[in-house]
Design a protein around this ligand. Structure first.
Ligand code: SF4
Length: 427
């Protein structure tokens, strides 16, 4: 094949099972590309002198994956070397290959024509091949440092941190408040986007590398953080930002209004057979309204359709973004303002409405029944544009404001930024 693949081969990406099939189960439904198609897609990489895809100044891959290098290795069929290259920058590429928003593709030079290299798909294929071929094995350290490190939180940051520290010879202990490792990937992202055996495999690898997992160990609640500080040479806080942004409007106290992270973990637990704390939050037979247009909102939508909701509507306070970003203006930055449709939004006949503010909830017998809304023009409410929606279940997916302060962080005496403030030291 010539080295002008980008001129000769159109972009091709993974397909999906049809909606009517995929909403009947909780398994992944992405259809991988055939090996010869993957090879051809890897040939579309131009191997740019300055590869903007592989990260750096605020654009491209946040883990600095060496994308042109692994594309080249896939082109020449060197899959094992491609896997080694990929794992040199990314601990869990089978996870990013499934759920990363792929800023690498936004930063690909070919995205100027809206046909970037299918980087995420190639990454996922390399990672899945590594699993299939048995290349994912424990990488034990050659010597021990004698140092002990504890990590609080077993989300992806905590797990990657633990893996790196164990591989250089430290004794590593992870403390996790839930019954299993994986944080948001385990309990937040639905199984239809990422099946959890993927996490179990990594946990097994990390145990083989010497990492000890302590489950149901909620630091600041049933584990004393100061005890950990005494016992370990270093403590890493990898708990993430778990306090959800609320929608504080009249009627918020009604039953049937929940944060996304009250709804989604229940379903993941049902799928994995973990016990679910009562009461069950289910979309079955209900008019569901999702507040928030991000990935978490989409996860709520896909879950609601699989639970056989009567209707699903998603509201976004921002105006509808343009179908296409202005490529030459935006590239290589991630186009935040671009109309996107997730597979979950296509799982059923999802209603989507933009530039809508919610004014109040109303209900009967303490249960939410309606959502009262108004249209927005910029920051102004459009007088006379009020309307209402049936809503038996409202799911708030409006992002997260800050880590939980009570418990561990307060016991540590750290200073806090005000909620919703920009990153940086507390003022
Ligand atoms: S999809 Fe993979 S290569 Fe692209 S930005 Fe995400 S982690 Fe990096």
């Amino acid at each position: 094949m010539s080295d002008k693949g980008f001129m000769e081969i159109p972009r091709e990406d993974r397909g999906y099972q049809l909606p009517e099939q995929r909403v009947k189960h909780w398994k992944e439904f992405v259809i991988p590309l055939a090996p010869e198609v993957l090879n051809a897609q890897a040939h579309r990489c131009m191997d740019c002198g300055v590869p903007t895809c592989h990260g750096g100044e605020g654009s491209g891959c946040p883990t600095n994956n060496e994308i042109p290098e692994f594309n080249r290795l896939v082109q020449i069929g060197q899959w094992k070397k491609a896997s080694e290259n990929l794992h040199s920058t990314n601990n869990f590429p089978e996870i990013t290959g499934r759920v990363c928003p792929a800023p690498c593709e936004a930063a690909c030079v070919l995205n100027i024509d809206q046909a970037p290299v299918t980087i995420k798909t190639i990454e996922c294929a390399i990672a899945d091949k590594a699993i299939e071929e048995g290349w994912i094995v424990p990488e034990r350290p050659q010597s021990r440092t004698g140092k002990k490190v504890t990590i609080v939180g077993s989300g992806m940051a905590g797990m990657a941190c633990a893996q790196q520290l164990a591989r250089v010879g430290h004794e590593v202990h992870i403390y996790e408040r839930h019954a299993k490792a994986g944080g948001l990937v385990r309990y937040g992202i639905p199984d239809f986007k990422i099946e959890k055996g993927i996490l179990d495999r990594r946990v097994a690898q990390m145990k083989g590398e010497g990492v000890t997992f302590h489950y149901n160990a909620h630091v600041g609640v049933n584990v004393d953080i100061n005890d950990l500080r005494r016992k370990f040479d270093a403590v890493v806080l990898a708990g993430g930002s778990e306090v959800p942004r609320d929608v504080k409007i009249p009627g918020r106290e009604l039953a049937g209004i929940h944060f996304a992270m009250e709804f989604l973990p229940q379903q993941n637990r049902r799928v994995s057979g973990e016990p679910v704390k009562a009461p069950d939050i289910l979309a079955t037979g209900k008019h569901v309204v999702v507040l928030g247009g991000g990935d978490t909102g989409s996860d709520c939508i896909g879950t609601a359709w699989r639970q056989e909701a009567k209707s699903v509507t998603q509201l976004e306070i921002m105006p509808r973004p343009p179908d296409q970003e202005n490529g030459p203006m935006t590239w290589p930055e991630y186009p935040r303002f671009k109309f996107r449709t997730s597979s979950s939004q296509l799982d059923g006949d999802t209603g989507r409405d933009f530039a809508v503010a919610t004014q109040s909830f109303s209900g009967e017998d303490g249960q939410v029944k309606k959502l009262h809304c108004i249209r927005m023009n910029g920051k102004e409410r459009v007088v006379g544009s009020e309307f209402e929606l049936n809503a038996d279940l409202v799911l708030i997916a409006a992002g997260f404001t800050n880590p939980v302060h009570e418990g561990m962080l307060e016991q540590l005496g750290v200073k806090f930024n005000p909620p919703d403030s920009k990153l940086g030291p507390p003022g």
